[in-house]
Design a protein around this ligand. Structure first.
Ligand code: HEM
Length: 326
């Protein structure tokens, strides 16, 4: 009898070990391509670097692309698909930039190791490389994502909007497994890049019932914003999201929120709401021992974001061309 139980428990142990490997093996991992395409990281990095050297605004473009890819159908490259009614064609994605960088990296990768590297992984690596080039932190990017076969404009309603309340922002992040700290940290990605006047001009004129501007805007900052975005001026004119430091990945974005110098209403609200303000303060070191270091937290939250609803193993496909399903 004792022998029987011993054998049973050994069998159970192996069964659990295999089951655990199968479950864990479903995820992404750092170095996924080490034996199949060892040059993947250097190829992506050089594609990002060469485009950044001629146009540094490609860095925020690639970071935002990764976020918009991950929140819709998971991080599966669905943002890259051309065609009518694909994600690309939806309102929130119309101003995304950097598709050519992904295509360029993919072309080189197809020469080096055909059919191996997913477009979803290229975006994840390129977003990290873009942050590093803008002076931000680096982090190890787990790979092994596969490309999705669905891309629908109608799915983009998952993306947070610039007028969303903090509760709605938190809910949209929670739906993707990201907590309030991740929200504040990842929105800190607005430390680089710009916004078109069209997304915040309504805050500058006739915002209140008495015809005033959004009272959360610092009164000495308001005239600057009004001159950059006149009431009847060019709605596509671009303004730095991190006033005074739009090309540098640093923590000054949070100081701007504290000072009423946030550009998007959704960003400024992170300072108004108590649950998010705590994290902004911790990034600013106001909370003493509870201080958080933005550069370290950003990498951690990016890894979490980059694992949203990933397709691995035999799910999805490895696209031949990033803009089309095979
Ligand atoms: C509540 C969440 C968020 C909202 C409502 C939001 C909204 C926006 C809007 C309206 C713009 C301006 C787009 C344009 O005019 O081209 C923008 C730009 C940008 N967003 Fe966000 N965003 C959010 C979160 C994030 C996250 C999580 C990241 C990355 C981790 C991110 C990265 C960027 C970057 C880098 C830009 C600048 C793009 C450029 O210069 O082309 N955003 N965002």
């Amino acid at each position: 009898m004792g022998n029987y139980f011993k054998q049973l428990s050994i069998a159970l142990f192996f069964f659990l070990a295999i089951a655990a490997t199968m479950v864990l093996g479903q995820g992404t991992r750092v170095g996924f391509y080490s034996s199949t395409c060892s040059r993947v990281e250097s190829i992506v990095q050089s594609a990002v670097r060469s485009s950044f050297n001629s146009n540094p605004t490609i860095a925020p473009g690639l970071l935002r692309m990764h976020f918009h890819d991950c929140f819709v159908q998971g991080c599966d490259g669905s943002i890259l698909i051309d065609g009518s009614n694909t994600e690309k064609t939806a309102g929130p994605n119309l101003l995304l930039r950097g598709y050519e960088v992904i295509d360029n990296a993919k072309t080189q990768l197809e020469n080096a190791c055909p059919g191996v590297v997913s477009c979803a992984d290229i975006i994840a690596l390129a977003a990290r490389d873009a942050v590093v080039l803008a002076g931000g932190p680096g982090w190890a990017v787990p790979t092994g994502r596969r490309d999705g076969r669905v891309s629908l404009a109608s799915d983009t309603s998952n993306l947070p909007g610039f007028t969303d309340s903090v509760d709605v922002q938190k809910q949209k992040f929670a739906d993707k497994g990201l907590n309030t700290q991740d929200l504040v940290t990842l929105v800190g990605g607005h430390t680089i890049g710009t916004s078109a006047c069209q997304f915040f001009r309504y805050r500058l004129y006739n915002f209140t019932s008495t015809g005033g501007a959004d009272p959360s805007i610092n009164s000495s900052f308001l005239p600057q914003l009004q001159s950059l975005c006149p009431a009847n001026g060019d709605a596509s004119r671009r303004v730095g999201l991190d006033n005074g430091s739009e090309n540098r990945f640093d923590s000054s974005f949070f100081a701007n929120l504290r000072d009423g110098r946030g550009i998007l209403e959704s960003d400024q609200m992170l300072w108004t709401d108590a649950s998010t303000k705590t994290f902004v303060q911790r990034f600013l070191g106001i909370r003493g021992l509870l201080g958080l270091t933005f550069s370290a937290e950003f990498g951690k939250s990016m890894v979490k974001m980059s694992n949203i609803e990933v397709k691995t193993g035999t799910n999805g496909e490895i696209r031949k061309v990033c803009s089309a399903i095979n």
